[in-house]
Ligand binder design. Structure first.
Ligand code: HEM
Length: 63
């Protein structure tokens, strides 16, 4: 999952990227900078580099 999609999942919730809406939105709770920091933190656990494409459907990207 790309950094942009991770950011969307955190900001707008799972429903925004086509995964479970049980993943809550954090917009209004965290600043964009804080959410970008979380993306970097999460990426830090990955053994592979950021993928160039996402295999999942991103509804918000179709608008
Ligand atoms: C700041 C805290 C959080 C961050 C940074 C975060 C981040 C993420 C990310 C990036 C994903 C997508 C993972 C992937 O598919 O590769 C995810 C999925 C998920 N999150 Fe969170 N999350 C947070 C808090 C929460 C909380 C509080 C809940 C529930 C109360 C939650 C529930 C879920 C669920 C259920 C999924 C899986 C959705 C699915 O695969 O369909 N998350 N989270």
């Amino acid at each position: 999952m790309s950094n942009a999609t991770l950011f969307l999942a955190i900001k707008n919730g799972g429903g925004a990227i086509g995964i479970s809406p049980s993943m809550p939105a954090f917009s209004g709770h965290l600043t964009n900078d804080e959410m970008a920091g979380l993306v970097s933190y999460i990426r830090g656990f990955c053994a592979e580099p950021e993928p160039r494409t996402d295999s999942i459907i991103i509804p918000s990207a179709r608008r």
